[in-house]
Structures are given as C-alpha cells and as structure tokens.
Ligand binder design. Structure first.
Ligand code: AMP
Ligand code: ZN
Length: 672
C-alpha cells in the first residue's frame, strides 16, 4: 500500500467512500444492513489508513469525518437565512377544524390537500449543502441566530455527507435520540455514578451541544428531515414532491401521510394517540402542513408561526403518585412558588419528580396535603401539574402545607397583598430575586449571553462581584478567572459574550430588563411604539393603554418599574456600559422615502401585498417593472426576466434577507 501512487490512492479512496456510504445508507436510513459490523469496520479502517497516508485527499464529506475528535472552545453563531418559526398548536378536533376554516377562507374556492407528519420531540436543526456536500448544520437558537453544530451533526450516521445531486440547498429536520439509545445511555451513566437524563429530548440536546464531538459520536443521535428551504436548481410544487426528492437523495425523511380534508387529518391524529407507543422515538403530536407550496406562499406567516401549518398536540398523560413534600422557590419578582416534590413517575416520555402548585389558593382549592396521593399530568414541554388528590387514599397521616412567613432564601418577611394570589418576598435585594433576574437577563430571548448559568451567577453574587445584571458589563477576565471551575479561557469567553451582547435589538433589551408582565411579545410592541428607553420612561399609563395590545396591568407595571429608584440606577449603569437603549439607526420612520422597489421571484417570508405595504409604510414605492429609475430589485427564489434587466441597468439587487435587514434598519440606504 505504501507505494501506491497518488492517483491510485485517489481511486481507491473514492471507491471505499462510495461503498461505505452505501452501507451507511442501508444500515442507518433503511435499517437494513447488508454486511456485518466487522466487515463495515474493515472498510472504514482501510479508508482511515489511506487518508492518513495521503492527507491531502481528506475531504470534509468523507465518512471518516464522522468519528469526531476535535474539541471546540465554543460554538460559532450562525445567522439563519430564514427565521425558524414556531408552530401554532391544536389540542382537539375543534382546533383543527378552526385551522381548516382559516385556510379555506384564504384559499377561496381552491381545492387543497394536507400532509400529516410526526411531530418529533427533539431539536430542530438546519442543514446547508453546497454542491452536494454537507456544509453546515445549526441549531434553531432564538430563531434568527443559532449555533454551528456541524462537527457534531457529522457524527449522525443517517445524515448523508455527500449526495449525488450536485446542488446547493438548505433543509430542516429534527435531531433526536431513539428510546433504546436513551435507555442505553442512562444505564451507562447510572453505572458510572453520573446523573441520568430526564428524557430523550434532554439527552439529545445535551449530546448535540457537546464541545467534544467524540462524545456526540458515542451518543448515536438520529435525524429525520421534513422541510426544504431553498434549492439552487429545482422547483418543487408540493411538499410530497420535496419528500420524494429528499428520500431519493438518501435522506431519512419524516413519516408522512397525505389527507384530502380535515376530517381525514383528525382521524389520522386520533390513530396516533395509541400507535405512538410503538415507535422507537418520542413524538408529542403531529404536524399538519399544506401540501401545495404556492398556497403556502400565499398564506405566509405571522411573526410567530406559519399560517399554513399547525401542530396537533396529543392529550396530556396522567398518572398517580405520592406527594413527598412541598417546597418553596423564590422567583425573579420575589414570588414564592410552592412546588410538589413527587415520588418519581414516568410521564409523557420523561421522569417527573416535581409538579408546580402555582400558589397558595391552588393548594387550598385542590386540598393538597403533604403525603397525599395525587393524579398528575404532563403534556409535551409543559410543566407537570397536579390534577386532583385521590382522597380515598388518605390515611390520616397527611399534613397541611403552611406558607412560610419569611423568605426561605433571605429571611425577610413575606407579604401577600389582599387582592393577589401570590405571596412575595419584600426585599428588593433578595439574592433569589437577583439571581433569577440575572438569569432572565442573559437568557436566549433576552440578551442571549452564552456561558452564564445558575452556578456562575451564584458564584458571582456570593463573591460580591456583581449585585445585578448591569454589573455584568463591568466584570473583567481577572475577576472570573479566580473563581472555582473557571479557567482563563472560559473567563475570556464569558467576557467576550457579555461584550457581544451590547448591541442586541431594542426589544430584547426591553424584555431583558425584567419588567413584570412584559414578555417578549409585549417587548416587541413597546419597541415598535417607543424609539428609546428615555421615551418610555417618560410615558404615562394613559398613553400606554392607548396601544391596542397593552392592557392596564402591563401599563401600571411599566410605569411602576421606571419610578423605582433602584431601576433608574440600573438603567443608568446600562447606559454607561454602552448598551443600546434605543432602536437602531436614527432614521426617520419614512426612511425609504423616494426609493423605488421592484420584486421578482418568490419570497419566503412575505406575500407580494405584504412587501408592498411594508415599503409604502416606510415611504417607498413598489413598482412593477424595472427601469433606470428603480433603486432596488428584490430577488426571491426563481427570479424572472426582471433580474436580467436590473443587472443590465445597474440596479442594486437585494436578496430577501438583505431586504429584511433594510426594513429592520440594520442596513442603511443611500440614494444613487
Ligand atoms: P413548537 O416548538 O412547539 O412551536 O413547534 C415547532 C417545532 O416543532 C419546530 O421547531 C421543530 O423543532 C419541531 N418539529 C418536530 N417535528 C416537526 C415536523 N414534522 N415539522 C415541523 N416541525 C417539527
Ligand atoms: Zn428573599
């Protein structure tokens, strides 16, 4: 072998790779191995040996790249080409029929078909292929920005690293762990005295976010693909065509069945209530999608989810178990929340050992006592809860729960306002509140600061390095490096992540502040109506409630927040730290005034009338044909002849993503 010429080696490597790919496909996609594991290993060993003799012939899509090895310091951020949205939920046939009514209304007089798929309870991922080779895999992250998990995704054996179609495209799917792999991993962890994973989904999440891809490789993750986002060569008319294509290219595609109408959909959903137990992976429902892709375009999406799809969630599962104790935790707003500590039970794919009891009234209303036997339920991601107490099981040894008079964390007196159900710790500098407030501030939808978890926040607080989230921005590497379990390198990473968060979008900053009742949705609305914190600070309850989506409770809470001296000080220090406390780019609202736009091709995220509206709202004009007067041509998928005209006339051409940036004022415009 040693003397093989480069050329011969190339031939041999090529043929080995082809063989290995075929066997991988048979084994991991078709579940139908044609050779023994030993024979397979032998082929792999030959390839590894040859590649090590001829390192210049190693390619990123070689099967040898699946074993992992390189240890990363952190995951790079990836901007998604198209926002990864959520799905609307349906919980019963009535919800599904309502969804169908909306579709019918939007597609007047047209016939349409649905495709029903498994809703796999895993993690969504997006994959890019470049000329037939796997290029990039990323997590969903906050929908706009995810993390580059390419190295770990390569270890997923059912995911082809090379396909025959030399095209460039982007697709989505769900990464998951089979039930049997989950059981195997937990068994091994138990034997090693390691904490077990609560459910396959957590185990999959923990595995795909391993910085050491060797660990990920040992977890035997799987993937099922279910959507094509773009394709450089082909035009597809229906979702079924997409599935056929992907399957043909060697992808493991999600189970799917077409349905002619909503009643058929309902029947399929009901069939899966029980059948799902037979699968070797967890599904938490089914996803119903419109089959016709042009119809999807027509329907578009809301800010949260596409209008052409819905997730049907299976009904909650219930079981009885014992309430061993009732514990109190203190949240971000100082609320004391009772939690039932349960005898662990298996429910909806995970081990449940705690259930929320919400508040004192709830405990009273359901007459919950420590030692009781309770019926608990869990649905999908929802926090488990106590449905009712099985009174017949009472022995007389149960005892009443009494709300403490002092905060279990700081010892301050707690109060419960007469008209509220919630008991609160009154100490604004209660460490529990601070900790939760900081964790909220760094969370993904807020400032999205990586590397700061509960353990580090606790350390920072107890070492008096910070008192609140504004203090994060004044931390130095040397402060962190002295802490336990925090080397120089990871300290540097945390400081960089903190610094990187300074220019988050305005609505995220608003959300991060932790104003009671201001969730991410309300924060977006506020950011649309106020250009800066300064403007919001000086507003009134009356002004706020004029905004359609803002009710009096939110309004009072906002005004109250800015009146508090401690909060004014927080904002002051955020400003000092250089956080953007205003909308980006100080352009006027008519920032597209005088600009003419032409659109060609199909856009992913907007209908034509939507883009027209958006452009006009910003003072611009959308016209139908390209001329020398045109400022921008926005080119979607499969552009028409306008593209050529624009090129010839030297009109600036924007992709849909660039157009969105322009709308978000993240890209500036200058008149030619
Ligand atoms: P949700 O997070 O409940 O809003 O639901 C959206 C998520 O469902 C997506 O981000 C995917 O991770 C997941 N999902 C699972 N199976 C499918 C499927 N067949 N089609 C689309 N999304 C799916
Ligand atoms: Zn307290």
């Amino acid at each position: 072998m040693k003397n093989l010429e480069q050329e011969q080696a190339e031939q041999k490597i090529k043929s080995l790779r082809e063989k290995i790919r075929e066997h991988e496909y048979n084994y991991f996609v078709l579940d139908d191995p044609r050779i023994s594991d030993a024979e397979f290993d032998q082929l792999m060993q030959q390839l590894i040996k040859l590649e090590s003799e001829f390192p210049s012939l190693v390619t990123s899509d070689s099967p040898t790249q699946r074993v992992g090895g390189e240890v990363l310091d952190e995951f790079e951020k990836v901007e998604h080409s198209t926002t990864m949205l959520s799905l609307d939920n349906a919980f019963n046939p009535a919800d599904l029929r309502e969804f169908d009514q909306r579709i019918q209304k939007n597609l007047t007089g047209q016939t349409y078909q649905y495709v029903v798929e498994h809703k796999i309870d895993g993690l969504s991922a997006v994959m890019r292929y470049d000329q037939g080779s796997f290029q990039l895999g990323a997590t969903r992250g906050n929908g706009e920005i995810g993390e580059d998990i390419s190295k770990n995704m390569k270890t997923i054996r059912s995911l082809p690293l090379k396909i025959s179609d030399q095209a460039s495209f982007e697709l989505r799917g769900e990464i998951y762990l089979s039930k049997s792999e989950f059981a195997r991993i937990n068994k091994a962890r138990l034997a090693n005295d390691e904490a077990t994973f609560a459910n396959p989904r957590n185990a999959a999440a923990g595995s795909i976010r391993q910085l050491d891809s060797k660990i990920a490789a040992n977890r035997n993750l799987s993937i099922l693909v279910y959507d094509l986002i773009s394709h450089s060569e082909k035009e597809f008319k229906t979702h079924l065509e997409v599935f056929a294509y992907l399957k043909n290219q060697g992808f493991k595609v999600n189970w799917h069945q077409s349905a002619e109408n909503i009643e058929q959909v309902i029947k399929i959903c009901q069939q899966w209530h029980e059948k799902r137990e037979e699968l070797d992976f967890e599904i938490d429902g089914l996803v119903i999608k419109l089959n016709n892709l042009a119809d999807r375009q027509k329907l578009g999406a809301t800010a949260r989810s596409p209008r052409w799809a819905i997730a049907y969630k299976f009904p909650a599962q219930q079981k009885t178990t014992k309430i061993k104790d009732i514990e109190i935790s203190v949240g971000r707003t100082g609320a004391l929340t009772p939690t039932a500590v349960l005898e662990p039970v298996e429910l909806a794919g995970s081990t449940v050992s705690r259930a929320t009891l919400h508040n004192e009234d709830e405990i009273e209303r359901k007459d919950i006592r420590i030692g009781d036997t309770a019926l608990v339920q869990k649905a999908g991601d929802v926090i488990p809860e106590v449905v009712k107490i099985i009174k017949a099981e009472r022995t007389g040894k149960e005892h009443q729960f009494i709300m403490p008079e002092h905060c279990p964390v700081c010892g301050s007196k707690v109060i419960r306002p007469e008209d509220e159900a919630v008991t609160r710790c009154t100490n604004i500098s209660c460490p529990a509140q601070r900790k939760e407030g900081i964790l909220h501030f760094v969370s993904r939808n807020a400032m999205n600061i990586d590397g700061i978890g509960p353990a580090l926040v606790e350390q920072l607080l107890s070492n008096n390095l910070i008192e609140d989230y504004a203090d994060l921005y004044f931390l130095k590497v040397s402060h962190l490096a002295d802490l336990e379990r925090m080397g120089q390198k990871s300290s540097q990473n945390v400081i960089t992540a903190i610094k990187d968060s300074k220019d988050r979008e305005f609505f995220r900053v608003l959300y991060a502040l932790g104003i009671r009742h201001v969730g991410i949705g309300a924060a977006r609305i506020l950011a649309d109506n106020f250009t800066s914190i300064a403007e919001l600070e000086s507003t009134s309850v009356e002004k706020l409630v004029e905004i359609a989506e803002i009710g009096p409770v939110i309004a009072e809470s906002i005004v109250g927040f800015f009146q508090e001296r401690h909060n004014q000080d927080l904002i002051c220090r955020l400003k000092q730290a250089g956080i953007k406390l205003a909308r980006k780019a100080e352009q006027s609202d008519k920032f597209l005034a005088g600009y003419k736009f032409v659109f060609t091709g199909s856009l992913e995220n907007f209908t034509r009338s939507e883009v027209k509206d958006l452009v006009e709202k910003a003072g611009g004009r959308a016209v139908s044909s390209v001329s020398s007067q045109t400022d921008f041509l926005v080119s979607g998928k499969n552009p028409g002849s306008k593209y050529k005209q624009a090129t010839e006339l030297g009109v600036e051409i924007l992709t849909e993503a660039e157009f969105e940036k322009l709308l978000a004022k993240e890209k500036t415009v200058t008149k030619k």
